[in-house]
Design a protein around this ligand. Structure first.
Ligand code: F6P
Length: 352
């Protein structure tokens, strides 16, 4: 064996992770590399007893499965006692010449710091249903999530119509509204609220009332969990976000969720239309990946091993246009890929 590489999946799971793991193992075998699975995200490289050798057998029959066979966690070694020291020691004792970290902004930020501060040989693979990682047009998991959300929006349409109701559908999206915008437009939503564009509730209610005034008897509103509602306080405009739990996780995030309920209550109060809500939550992250996500995950996995083979570390594989390219992790993490004004203006064409 010429090289031994480790692979881990960190942060929230998403469909397509197993396609990446399978591709990494397949490509590695061709290069005569050995692959060690590091279980539960960065914890697998920090604590002993959390590794598993990956071979053809272990990755057979997994491409269609959601979740991750390596398990995941939101572990931040920079916040753990001797976390970084333990990582470096374990990497050495396992004889790993590189680590492929598959994750979102948090997991990749750890990878980037380990590379910058400790010179560790790491390669990043961008993953998140939120699709908010800068430097790549798409992250795998997003396509599956928007299709699940779109189907849910389709389904609430018929029940909203039968009951003459407004139904608010809350989707995931912590910093950005990619799921809300794409599933919302595809599902024919009548208003979409996203973190990038705080809106006054009067604007939402006006759109619904205008729609009802022209004879429609129901409306469907899509809201991203991280959307902010603009509230006028004297002469100041405040932006209000709804959280489930103020407690911060290892990466300093609060637990979001619940804006759908707040919005539904306000819409009913202000318009007089009977309003219900549904929170899609983890349904968007679970289950079988779409062909697009399996394909993207497979391309990313192969490209990540190519990077290791070329000795190019501190980088992330990404999709730009239809090309797989590489970008510096540090640059990626200094920005967030947000919905721009043009896309939002296009979405607005369908409001009301
Ligand atoms: O990062 C993806 C994401 O789906 C966010 O949209 C959401 O806020 C978060 O994960 C919730 O994840 P968990 O509850 O697993 O920490």
């Amino acid at each position: 064996m010429s090289k031994k590489i480790g692979i881990l999946t960190g942060g929230g799971d998403c469909p397509g992770l197993n396609a990446v793991i399978r591709a990494v193992v397949r490509k590695s075998i061709r290069l005569d590399y050995q692959v060690i699975g590091l279980l539960q995200g960065w914890r697998g490289l920090m604590d002993y007893g959390l590794t598993e050798e990956l071979n053809l057998d272990k990755v057979s029959g997994i491409i269609h499965r959601g979740g991750t066979i390596l398990k995941t966690s939101r572990t931040n070694p920079f916040k753990e006692k001797d976390g970084v020291k333990r990582i470096l020691e374990k990497k050495k004792s396992l004889g790993l010449s590189a680590v492929i970290a598959v994750g979102g902004e948090d997991t990749l930020s750890v990878a980037s710091r380990l590379y910058q501060e400790e010179g560790m040989e790491v390669v990043g693979v961008p993953k998140t249903i939120d699709n908010d990682i800068w430097g790549t047009d798409y992250t795998f998991g997003f396509d599956t999530a928007i299709n699940i959300a779109m189907e849910a929006i389709d389904r609430v349409h018929t029940t909203a119509e039968s009951h003459n109701r407004v139904i608010v559908v809350e989707v995931m999206g912590r910093h950005t509204g990619w799921i809300a915008i794409e599933a919302g437009i595809a599902g024919g939503a009548d208003f979409i609220l996203i973190p990038e564009k705080p809106v006054d509730l009067d604007k939402v209610c006006d759109a619904i009332c205008k729609r009802h005034a022209r004879g429609r008897t129901f409306s469907v509103v899509v809201v991203a969990e991280g959307a902010k509602i603009a509230a006028q306080e004297d002469d100041k405009v405040e932006e209000v976000m709804v959280v489930q739990d103020e407690k911060l996780d290892a990466f300093g995030h609060v637990r979001l969720g619940g804006i759908g309920k707040v919005l539904a209550t306000e819409i009913e109060k202000r318009t007089g239309y009977e309003t219900r809500f549904v929170i899609l939550g983890y349904i968007q992250r679970g289950g079988t990946p779409t062909a697009f996500d399996r394909m993207l995950g497979s391309r990313f996995g192969v490209a990540a091993v190519d990077l290791v083979n070329r000795g190019e570390f501190g980088k992330m594989v990404s999709l730009q246009g239809n090309e797989i390219v590489t970008v510096d992790l540090q640059e990626v993490l200094s920005k967030t890929k947000r919905i721009d004004d043009d896309l939002y203006a296009m979405a607005e064409v369908f409001f009301g």
